[in-house]
Design a protein around this ligand. Structure first.
Ligand code: PMP
Length: 404
């Protein structure tokens, strides 16, 4: 299958708009990706044609909607090599990690250790800090090397018989580093730890097989995967989900409720209290169907080509500092411009129609590791073109001139 970004872009209505009188160059997909017509139409179609609450109805619309909702679960499962009952719908990766941390917390004791890394998103730091604050578990952080790799030797040294949980990002949202997660998972399992992988960025750019990775939990959000906001997935091995304490209580997650006691539904419904994000799940299912029609290896090659093109064009720029140069890194360029605050850089780029992110990227410990309070970040997606990559470099060069 050939891949043509120009053809693909036409499927994203928003990409046709102008910003500040210029064609939009959207380089903020690592924060949230734009949506193809297939997703927009699937959600609209559900609302216009077949919508009701799920699971509890005995009428046609309820049954059709339940089928669509559970069908989306099966699509997500197939997408990452899992079985449908191993997929819990959540609001996003953040909620998924909170769910796991809260559930595992029940079995953790003061002095138990959780091993993270310096390159984690706050979503994979703060829920574990709750366990530190509330029940005295100890957090350890694997250091990051100067070129943005996880320090494997330090990881091995930090692992011990006290390590109960290892929670790591598959791909850094700042550095673009792709971690050797199969190897990390193997080492963590050898030490007897439970492994959670944050697949928020990785799932967008590479095929994921959770069985091959052997992670106990794998989480991601729908909105970075060309799907809607408000929906994400938690994969958990069946036996892990079965032993996890429920996260929220309410309708749908119970077996039986009396005034004296309750019993729980089996996973995954045990973790889906209340009316779930039905339309959003259908939208995510449509995004996955849509991605299934693409040659994902060709997409990855295209995205990588954009990154290397930009990197090569900026090679001689002595005013630029790039964060993260790990071999095999993904198409994310985090950078600072000498003498300029990242927020100013982003605001000036916006005048040229170029949308990049600036700030800590919800990774304050990583920023601190590199002696920074903020950086700008251009992230490349399947709908970006070489023309846009050039527009970004040209706009960045002009932006830099303001500060020279
Ligand atoms: N982890 C990583 C690596 C991310 O990039 C993000 C989103 N920036 C998250 C977790 C959190 O995702 P969400 O806000 O969709 O829950």
């Amino acid at each position: 299958m050939a891949f043509d970004a120009e053809v693909i872009r036409a499927e994203f209505p928003i990409l046709g708009r102008q910003v500040n009188g210029r064609p939009l160059v959207y380089l903020d997909s690592a924060a949230s990706a734009q949506k193809p017509r297939a997703v927009i139409e699937a959600m609209t179609r559900a609302m216009e044609h077949s919508y009701a609450n799920v699971h509890r109805g005995l009428h046609t619309l309820a049954n059709e909607t339940t089928e669509a909702y559970e069908g989306a679960r099966s699509k997500i499962a197939a997408f990452i090599g899992a079985e449908a009952p191993e997929i819990v719908f959540t609001k996003g990766a953040t909620e998924a990690i909170n769910l796991v941390a809260s559930g595992l917390g029940a079995a953790l004791r003061p002095g138990d250790e959780i091993l993270l890394s310096e390159m984690e998103h706050h979503a994979n730091i703060v829920p574990w800090h709750f366990l530190r604050e509330r029940q005295g578990v100890v957090l350890k952080f694997t250091p990051v090397t100067d070129d943005g790799r996880l320090d494997m030797e330090a990881f091995k040294e930090l692992l011990s018989e006290r390590t109960r949980v290892v929670a790591l990002t598959h791909m850094s949202n700042v550095l673009g580093t792709v971690n050797p997660v199969a190897e990390l998972t193997r080492l963590a399992h050898e030490a007897g730890a439970i492994v959670l992988l944050d697949g928020c960025q990785a799932v967008v750019h590479r095929a994921i097989d959770v069985k091959a990775l052997d992670a106990d939990f794998y989480v991601f959000s729908g909105h970075k995967l060309y799907g809607p906001t408000g929906i994400g997935a938690l994969y958990g091995k069946s036996e892990r989900l079965a032993s996890l304490r429920p996260y929220q209580g309410g309708g749908e997650m119970i077996g039986k409720v009396t005034l004296e006691e309750i019993t729980y539904a089996d996973p995954p419904h045990r973790f889906e209290a209340g009316t779930p994000p039905i339309l959003e799940a259908i939208g995510l299912g449509a995004a996955i169907d849509w991605l299934g029609g693409l040659d994902r290896a060709a997409v990855a090659e295209h995205e990588h080509g954009l990154y290397t093109h930009v990197r090569e064009r900026l090679n001689g720029a002595n005013w630029l500092r790039v964060l993260g140069e790990a071999p095999g890194k993904g198409a994310i360029l985090s950078f600072t411009v000498d003498g300029a605050h990242a927020h100013d850089v982003a605001q000036i780029l916006d005048k040229y129609g170029v949308a990049v992110r600036a700030g800590t990227h919800c990774a304050e410990p990583l920023m601190r590791r590199f002696g920074l309070t903020s950086s700008a970040r251009a992230s490349f997606a399947l709908y970006n073109t070489h023309e846009e990559a050039d527009a970004f470099v040209d706009a960045l060069t002009k932006t830099q001139a303001f500060f020279a």
